[in-house]
Design a protein around this ligand. Structure first.
Ligand code: ZN
Length: 135
C-alpha cells in the first residue's frame, strides 16, 4: 500500500505529547469549603503528606501568604479566617513548594529542611545542594 507509512508517520507526529509536564511535582488540589467566615482546607493532611513537611510550618506560611490567622482542627483540617478560593490557596501552596520543597539546583522534591545556626536550610538528598530559605 504505497504511501501508508508516510501517512502513519504524519499521524504519529500529530499526536500531542502527553508526557509533557508529567515530571512536575504534583501537590493535591486544595479542597476548600466556606463555613461562615472561615475557609476550611479539607485535604490539608494529604497536602502535608505529599510535601513531607510539618503542619505548623506549612500553616504559618499560609497565614503569612494569605494575611490571615489559621489553626488546625481536631480532624487535621486547616481552618483559615476569611474567604479564600481554591486558586488562592493553591497558589500559596505552590509558592511554599517552590521555596521549601523543590531543590533550587536540580528541581527535585527529595529535600529536607534543616536548621543551622538559626538559619533554615533546604538540603537536597538527590544532588546534595544546600540552599538557604527566606524564612
Ligand atoms: Zn537537588
Amino acid at each position: 500500500m504505497p504511501g501508508y507509512d508516510e501517512q502513519l508517520d504524519r499521524a504519529l507526529e500529530q499526536t500531542p505529547d502527553i508526557q509533557e509536564g508529567s515530571e512536575r511535582f504534583d501537590v493535591p488540589t486544595p479542597e476548600v469549603r466556606q463555613e461562615g467566615n472561615v475557609t476550611v482546607y479539607e485535604n490539608f493532611q494529604d497536602t502535608l503528606d505529599r510535601l513531607d513537611r510539618e503542619d505548623e510550618h506549612v500553616l504559618k506560611f499560609l497565614q503569612d501568604e494569605l494575611g490571615t490567622s489559621a489553626h488546625i482542627d481536631e480532624s487535621g483540617r486547616a481552618r483559615l479566617t476569611g474567604e479564600f478560593g481554591q486558586d488562592r490557596i493553591g497558589d500559596a501552596v505552590e509558592e511554599y513548594t517552590d521555596r521549601f520543597v523543590l531543590c533550587s539546583e536540580c528541581g527535585l522534591p527529595d529535600t529536607r529542611l534543616e536548621r543551622e545556626q538559626g538559619a533554615l536550610l533546604l538540603r537536597c538528598e538527590a544532588c546534595g545542594a544546600k540552599s538557604s530559605t527566606s524564612a
